[in-house]
Ligand binder design. Structure first.
Ligand code: ATP
Ligand code: MG
Length: 386
């Protein structure tokens, strides 16, 4: 794409979840039209977009309609079939491209990509069949068996301590293609979000420090409180190198582990804005969703600036139930009485435990102040301290 698509053009997005919703908000703020393709008529992004194409992701008529209505198309989740993006790309600019998304859809390919870029990742073995399962080295145990495709929020994973447990877990996961990773001693978890345009320019958000509970992101803190500047620069350089190597166009998030011995190891990547970057809406002068719009439209990229310290808390469906499992509405009025609280709810009507219903970012002048308010919010909502 040579000429930028200026506001007034229409941007499409494959997928209607919360990431699509926040993309739509950012696109609309800049004056773009928006169309979402999602099979669910009540999808969080569909209800705020100018229009929705309500078909399956691979439906030829749906894809043709989206291409007809839009000047360029992005994706909001990595499990949109790469084939759908390939078909759209025959008619319209698509970013990120199908090949890059395909790499991120498969943990084995993703790890191979890290290795090619000289970015360390967890020792692992690819398991496609029973023979490969039998051949995994003892050094990978205890380990975590992960389905190669379609996993998220810790789903499709099992911790395995020995070979018997490995066999059983693989059977439970349906003997699909998997990756067995050595279970690493983690000190901290980080992520880095980069945005790259077709001209090869790259910008990044500041390094995020993430806390997971039960395999789901719970808390993101920026600036990262416990990680030194050298390691942060290493993470940024690695994320930029991976984006460049894939000739990536769009927003890319790379998740990292900091091990007990201080080493940095890449975990996985997402070809889209990421839950750990939601704080950027309220704490940066350019959010990850505006970066997605800019890369898709071919607008200039400017280095984002963090103007406030931030703590993001994920709001899972569990908050919509009291201790006796009775449905409740969380005490938003008390939460919003605290300074610097930005509440984002995704418009999902049925709360389920573990389901991402929204998030909340606390911004403040200093990291300590942001953390202090976030701890008060956590106490009001019944979330554990961090
Ligand atoms: P999401 O896509 O929602 O980020 P996911 O289901 O793809 O999650 P991972 O990121 O692979 O899952 O793992 C989820 C969490 O499990 C990690 O953030 C980390 O806390 C833990 N974990 C994963 N792999 C390892 C490992 N090799 N050693 C130790 N802990 C791990
Ligand atoms: Mg992850």
């Amino acid at each position: 794409m040579n000429e930028p698509l200026l506001p007034g053009a229409t941007l499409g997005v494959m997928g209607g979840g919360q990431l699509g919703r926040m993309f739509v908000h950012a696109a609309q703020a800049l004056g773009y039209g928006t169309v979402v393709l999602d099979p669910d008529a009540a999808a969080p992004a569909g209800v705020v977009a100018h229009d929705q194409v309500c078909t399956a992701y691979l439906d030829p008529a749906g894809l043709a309609e989206l291409a007809r209505r839009c000047d360029a198309i992005s994706t909001e989740f990595e499990n949109v079939p790469a084939e759908a993006l390939r078909r759209l790309a025959e008619h319209r600019p698509v970013a990120p491209g199908a090949d890059a998304v395909a790499v991120c859809q498969d943990r084995a390919d993703e790890k191979a990509q890290f290795v090619r870029c000289g970015v360390p990742c967890a020792p692992h073995a690819v398991i496609a069949d029973a023979a490969q399962l039998a051949a995994v080295p003892d050094t990978l145990l205890p380990g975590i068996l992960k389905t190669a495709r379609m996993g998220y929020d810790g789903k499709g994973q099992a911790t395995v301590v020995d070979r018997a447990a490995l066999q059983a877990a693989w059977a439970r996961l349906g003997q699909v293609g998997c990756v067995l990773e050595q279970r690493l001693p983690l000190r901290h978890e980080l992520s880095v979000i980069v945005a790259r345009n077709a001209a090869g320019e790259v910008v990044n958000l500041p390094v995020q420090q993430n806390l997971h509970r039960d395999g789901i992101l719970a808390v993101t803190q920026v600036p990262a409180p416990d990680v030194d500047a050298v390691l942060q620069q290493q993470a940024i350089a690695a994320a930029r190198a991976v984006a460049a190597a894939m000739d990536y166009v769009g927003v890319l998030c790379v998740e990292f582990f900091v091990l007990q011995d201080g080493r940095l190891v890449a975990n996985e990547m997402a070809p889209r804005p990421h839950n750990s970057g939601h704080y950027s809406i309220d704490a940066c002068d350019v959010s990850q969703f505006e970066l997605q719009v800019r890369t898709l439209a071919g607008l200039p990229l400017v280095e984002p600036r963090l103007h406030s310290a931030a703590v993001m808390l994920n709001l899972l469906g569990d908050l919509w139930f009291d201790a006796g499992d009775v449905a409740r509405t969380p005490p938003w009025d008390a939460v919003l009485a605290l300074p610097g609280v930005h509440l984002h709810l995704y418009g999902k009507t049925d709360a389920r435990r573990g389901r991402k219903m929204g998030h909340l970012t606390v911004t403040a002048a200093t990291p300590d102040a942001a953390r202090g308010v976030a701890l008060q919010v956590a106490a009001l909502l019944g979330l554990p301290p961090f």
